[in-house]
Design a protein around this ligand. Structure first.
Ligand code: SAH
Length: 395
């Protein structure tokens, strides 16, 4: 029997149904499990706690698949979990606003290490744990059977795979990838490059926040920082923004963004695109005394884990302080963090500090989070990685 026995008292988080078993909590490992093997997790007295996928090289030595002793971790188990995840999205009627959504959200769907994003008729799988890696082909077969997509593409190239001792993988798993892929979201069309684009190709998690931005943009001068393929910018342009300046450090992202403007037949004259480092660009705009009515700050992950929180906090404070200074009186700032290592509370404190130093009074108009196809399991708060605040500053 492949078995992990925890140190006395270290079973508490598992009993609360948090799925991660850290290496420091383990007293001994029996049966020489290989990476990806299913192991039984027991308390110090030998009592059953969970079934988990083993990962010898990771700080997170195992991730729980199930807390039920009679469960068998086999293809039927994965079929049930994936079916449940698909049914949950159906029940939310997300398809009414988009043909693209996250179908499987890792731990939050009881499938630690497995992400599946749907882009129209293409599914993109991303595997981030040794446990999920073991079941990769099984999951691909199940997805093919349940969703019948044209293609299942694998984008297992996130940096975090190295922590699990897994090599990068990027390629077709099933079917053929169409030459071009255009998705539809709230009536807007976006070209998505699932093979080379960021993440799995698009930031699906910001769908509803993009729509909110569109609803606020009428007549405004907007600044969209870290714009990627132009998501927030396109919503604002369609929503009647007077001007939209979008900044990203990636030329490929900006090319995609310009293409997306064309795809939607939007008048490009109101849009300005800048390939630059946002930290420097914001300073330049400040020195030029440029002002905006609406600013979006949606940076990449500054803190992948809590260990990076302090350095990340300085980055967030810097861009938000500058953002506040670039706003006209009564202007709005939509500011985000997708760092798992920064809690909601900490993020709000950082932004409050930035407002203080910028000498503005700001009110929270909306607290923002990922769209509902990225649910958060209550026992796994780490699932709430995306947090945002829509703020209005004083007149
Ligand atoms: N808001 C986007 C997603 C942003 S992702 C959407 O809705 O689709 C973060 C983006 O920040 C990426 O496109 C990346 O290229 C860009 N980026 C990362 N570091 C940057 C920097 N220092 N300056 C400018 N852009 C940066």
């Amino acid at each position: 029997m492949k078995k992990i026995t925890l140190k006395a008292g270290r079973e508490k988080s598992l009993l609360r149904r948090h799925p991660w078993i850290f290496s420091g909590a383990i007293a001994h490992v029996d049966g020489a499990p290989a990476d990806g093997d299913t192991v039984q997790v027991c308390n110090a007295a030998g009592g059953f706690l969970a079934w988990a996928g083993y990962s010898a090289q990771s700080q997170i030595s195992a991730r729980a698949w199930s807390w039920i002793e009679s469960d068998k971790i086999d293809a039927e188990f994965f079929r049930a979990r994936i079916s449940r995840a698909l049914a949950a999205r159906k029940a939310l009627h997300i398809a009414q606003s988009s043909n693209s959504m996250r179908l499987v959200h890792s731990e939050s769907d009881g499938l630690p290490g497995l992400i599946v994003d749907q882009y129209g008729e293409v599914l993109v799988m991303q595997i981030g744990s040794a446990g999920a890696e073991r079941w990769r082909d099984t999951c691909a077969d199940i997805l093919q059977e349940l969703s019948n997509p044209l293609c299942i593409y694998e984008r297992s190239d996130a940096d975090s795979r190295a922590l699990e001792g897994l090599a990068e993988r990027n390629g077709v798993l099933r079917g053929n990838l169409p030459e071009s892929l255009v998705i539809e979201e709230h009536g807007l069309r976006f070209a998505v490059d699932v093979a080379h684009g960021q993440k799995t190709g698009f930031y699906l998690d910001q769908r509803d926040n993009r729509a909110l931005t569109g609803s606020l943009a009428q007549g405004k001068d907007m600044l969209n920082c870290f714009c990627y393929s132009g998501g927030f910018s396109l919503y604002a342009l369609r929503g009647g923004a007077k001007s939209v300046l979008s900044i990203d450090a990636s030329e490929e992202a900006l090319q995609l963004a310009r293409h997306n403007v064309e795809l939607n037949g939007i008048d490009a004259s109101r849009a300005e695109w800048q390939c630059a480092d946002v930290f420097a660009a914001l300073r330049k705009l400040r020195d030029q005394n440029r002002k905006f009515d609406l600013i979006i700050l949606d940076p990449p992950k500054f803190a992948p884990t809590a260990a990076f929180a302090e350095k990340a906090a300085r980055g967030y404070k810097d861009i938000n302080l500058l953002g506040f200074k670039l706003l006209r009186p009564g202007g709005m700032l939509a500011t985000y963090s997708c760092s798992g290592g920064i809690s909601d509370d900490l993020f709000q404190k950082i932004i409050a500090g930035a407002a203080l130093d910028a000498n503005v009074t700001a009110h929270i108009v909306h607290k923002l989070h990922a769209a509902p196809d990225h649910p958060v399991l209550l026992s796994f708060p780490e699932g709430a990685y995306l947090k945002g605040l829509l703020l209005r500053i004083g007149d």
